[in-house]
Design a protein around this ligand. Structure first.
Ligand SMILES: [Zn+2]
Length: 100
């Protein structure tokens, strides 16, 4: 595990579709800080330069944060009931509008 600085000038013209796949596979570990430092900075660097990956990363991180928050603030079962109730209410409202 040498912290290689590469061979100086890095060619930026390389297609990095393959990198994107690898990055997105590891983005979950990246969010959880479960990557070795070398991999971490590699992905960080990729996210800096690749907007699609960055957007995907932001989405995953937001969803994860929301889930973590709702889990800590509410009992999962109660939350589930509330969500189901809310969905029904919305469905009723939609039915009302349609049946007008
Ligand atoms: Zn990418």
């Amino acid at each position: 595990m040498s912290a290689s600085t590469g061979s100086g000038a890095g060619p930026c013209g390389m297609p990095h579709d393959k990198d994107c796949t690898e990055v997105l596979e590891r983005v979950f570990f990246f969010i959880d800080n479960e990557l070795p430092t070398a991999d971490f900075s590699e992905i960080q660097h990729h996210l800096d330069e690749c907007r699609p990956c960055l957007q995907k990363y932001d989405l995953e991180r937001t969803v994860k944060a929301l889930v973590a928050r709702s889990c800590s603030e509410h009992a999962p079962e109660g939350l589930r009931d509330k969500v189901l109730l809310r969905i029904r209410q919305v469905q009723v409202e939609i039915t009302d509008i349609r049946g007008d």
